[in-house]
Design a protein around this ligand. Sequence first.
Ligand code: HEM
Length: 170
Amino acid sequence: MNKPDGDFKSDLDPLHAEHVFNNTETRIAVAGHPIHAMLVAFPIALAVCTFGADILYWWTGDAFWARAALWAIGAGFYIGLLAGITGTIELLLVPGIRTRPPSWTHFVLAVVLLSMLGANYGFRLTGFEQAVLPFGILLSALCVAFTGMTGWHGGKLVFDYQLGTAGKKS
Ligand code: HEM
């Protein structure tokens, strides 16, 4: 029989289903506010800034923009790693997050994104000005596309499945 879209619960042992499935409350949080959600804003914004700085370097030829892109992608990569660590701990610790397949889709997208941010940063360390055209800017465009997909999918986990939220207080 076809399952309705998003019906992941019927794959679980019925004896444990309620307990596992409804346990989605964030554990890596400050006063109930998930740290992952606080950190992801940085790699998202910095990936877009890197692409913007690359375009401005291409347009003006001013080395300032190539240096700005190096700093933006470096900070985006390292803060992205921190976000990835907090997200992974949450994924492994919280049963209601672990058992939903979309959480793992988000994980795979995020690991690909982090590898691309790292490659974009590492490549520029060999010479931040020469790196921009053409490969740096192409890598930055790819990073922006993957940031969009990963971020949109992360939002889906929160807004569609209420994962990592603080739970009902009333
Ligand atoms: C590498 C491993 C990662 C894992 C395992 C992971 C896991 C999760 C989980 C479980 C949530 C649900 C909310 C929570 O529990 O905090 C979430 C939300 C989210 N994730 Fe990730 N994540 C990872 C990396 C990333 C990265 C690198 C980005 C950057 C684009 C990202 C963007 C988001 C966004 C935007 C949300 C929604 C936050 C909100 O609106 O509250 N994630 N992620």
